[in-house]
Design a protein around this ligand. Structure first.
Ligand code: GDD
Length: 318
């Protein structure tokens, strides 16, 4: 059988490992998606994040330079809408000034600029994709979109009573990861190395994301109360398969999930990507929610069947 995929052990905190790997592989393209990528967790391990997300990018760029691969190896740096932080402009484009609001975003800011610097100093094909939030059924369980779709699935199937969330007011420009990886690829296929914003141009509150996810499976909710006392209560259930009923409290607030400094509003302007790359997203937020809800309901139904036949799985993450 033809082998077309090889996994290597790599570590962004280990320069010699990175140099040896790049020397051995002689890659045409590198996509640096490696990071400790959870914004809230970055407040607990800021030094590790600076090392991995910031200096890790430098290690890759420097390896390309040391190995004299500047004219062969193209590199994509996973920059992020978190760079805009306390936003200086609405919507955010490639020209909007950065104002990072977490150790994660500050580390990513170093990575952004070192990528630009190596492009300008050594004529490397090094690009930043400034991607806004992108989700899919493969999203980590602790990011809010997946926490919601997993949590709702568990509530529907009677595996738990409710979901605890943090700041429901935050607004994000959520897209489907499938569309965003196409953009990453296109960025490295251009004639000139440039930086691009990748976004849908639509922003939605966390509160509304959850409401729509419930709605998709036939459960209507209303929010009552404010601040830490806000709750989502079921007002109608259209599917009698589900183990929720009118009056159930399905979302509550836990202050543990609030961040020391928050990014309140992200909405991207991807005009440059549309014009130069011919890129636009094929999925909207409802497509994304449906895709994630279908996958998580299937996952937990499978768990229930496995448990009934004596297998146990622990899917408890937060
Ligand atoms: N994780 C989480 N858990 N977030 C919550 C919760 C909760 O229980 N409740 C409310 N939120 C809010 C957060 O405070 C934040 O404002 C928003 O939901 C989105 O949080 P995340 O899904 O954790 O993503 P993020 O926007 O902080 O960062 C993601 O997107 C960036 C691109 O803009 C990550 O993937 C980053 O690595 C990425 O760079």
């Amino acid at each position: 059988m033809e082998k077309n995929f090889t996994l290597h052990y790599g570590d962004l905190t280990d320069s010699t490992n990175i140099i040896r790997l790049i020397q051995q592989i002689q890659p045409d393209e590198i996509y640096n998606l490696g990071a400790m990528s959870h914004v809230h967790v970055s407040f607990d391990e800021p030094e590790y994040v600076a090392n991995t997300d910031g200096i890790g990018t430098l290690r890759l760029l420097e390896a390309i330079r040391i190995l004299k691969l500047e004219q062969k190896t193209r590199i994509y740096q996973a920059s992020t809408s978190e760079l805009y932080g306390k936003v200086q402009e609405i919507p955010q484009s490639e020209k909007t000034p950065f104002y990072p609001r977490s150790p994660y975003a500050v580390a990513k800011m170093y990575a952004y600029w070192i990528t630009v610097n190596y492009r300008e100093a050594y004529n490397m094909f090094a690009c930043n994709g400034i991607l806004f939030n992108h989700e899919s059924p493969l999203r980590g369980e602790t990011f809010v979109s997946r926490k919601i779709t997993r949590g709702i699935s568990e509530v529907l199937l009677g595996l738990k009573k409710n979901i605890y969330l943090g700041n429901l007011n935050a607004k994000r420009d959520w897209g489907h990861a499938k569309d965003y990886v196409e953009a990453m690829y296109l960025i490295l296929q251009q004639d000139t190395a440039e930086d691009y914003v990748i976004a849908t141009g639509v922003t939605t509150e966390v509160r509304e994301f959850a409401r729509r996810a419930f709605k998709y499976v036939g459960v209507s909710i209303d929010y009552e109360g404010t601040g830490l006392n806000e709750k989502a209560i079921v007002t109608q259930v259209e599917n009698d398969e589900w183990k929720v009923k009118k009056g159930d409290i399905v979302i509550e607030i836990d202050k543990r999930y609030f961040r020391p400094t928050e990014v309140d509003l992200l909405i991207g302007d991807a005009t440059k990507a549309r014009t130069k790359l011919g890129w636009s997203p094929k999925h909207n937020l409802d497509d994304l929610i449906q895709n994630m809800m279908d996958a998580d309901i299937k996952l937990f139904k499978k768990d229930i069947l496995l448990n009934q036949s004596g297998f146990t799985q622990n899917r408890q993450f937060e």
